[in-house]
Write a protein that binds this ligand. Sequence first.
Ligand SMILES: O=C(O)[C@H](O)[C@@H](O)[C@H](O)[C@H](O)COP(=O)(O)O
Length: 239
Amino acid sequence: MTVDPELLIHTDAEDLAFSVAERLITALADAQSTGGVAQLVLTGGRVAAEVYRAVAGSPAMVEVDWHRVEFWWGDERFLPDGDPERNETQGRDALLSALDVDPARVHPMPADTGQGAEAAAAAYADELEAAGPPTFDVLMLGVGPDGHVASLFPGYPQLEVLDVAVVAVHDSPKPPPTRVSLTMPLLNRAREVWFVVSGEDKADAVATALAEGDVPAAHPKGENRTLWLLDQAAASKLS
Ligand SMILES: O=C(O)[C@H](O)[C@@H](O)[C@H](O)[C@H](O)COP(=O)(O)O
């Protein structure tokens, strides 16, 4: 069962980042409250990195047993290991390096070792098959000005792929050109889907997505909750 999206609008990007950070800490602690492992899917991008830095700097972060959080990624820029543009690199720099994580529970998408993005996608699909949860607890998504989520771009064939978990993306309109991404079925395999969106340049995409228009961001829905966590600028085209 999926429910209607919930909008939470924040004053500005800083307020958004701090609010989402506190919400994430609470959600992970709640997911652990029955003694289990919290399953989190990270996204890339500037806005997400601000959230990660706010989590790492929050006094409340002690509420989470970070050793019992499983970290996945929704997409990755297919670049060599350690490349500063990789979502993994940015996630480690902004968040993971500040936490006492269990390295075995950190699942970055493969770096470019010359194997090709298709092989990387297949390898991550295997990892999800072997170690992934039936349902993620929280799946975070940024949204592009064109309404893309993860590395699923408007008009790209990967949007229609329903029979595999992870795909390679080439000629991405957002650099770098080659990426690896969860497919839409996986973006819907979460108790909560959180869209974290800041800035006027996203306002049209947000309005289109919430009107169930023809953008990728219109499709991911949480099984329990779908949260649109916005600043006023990103919400400025909502009627
Ligand atoms: O690899 C990436 O770039 C992301 O995963 C992508 O989906 C991102 O979340 C959006 O493009 C928003 O990015 P910004 O927050 O930088 O606008």
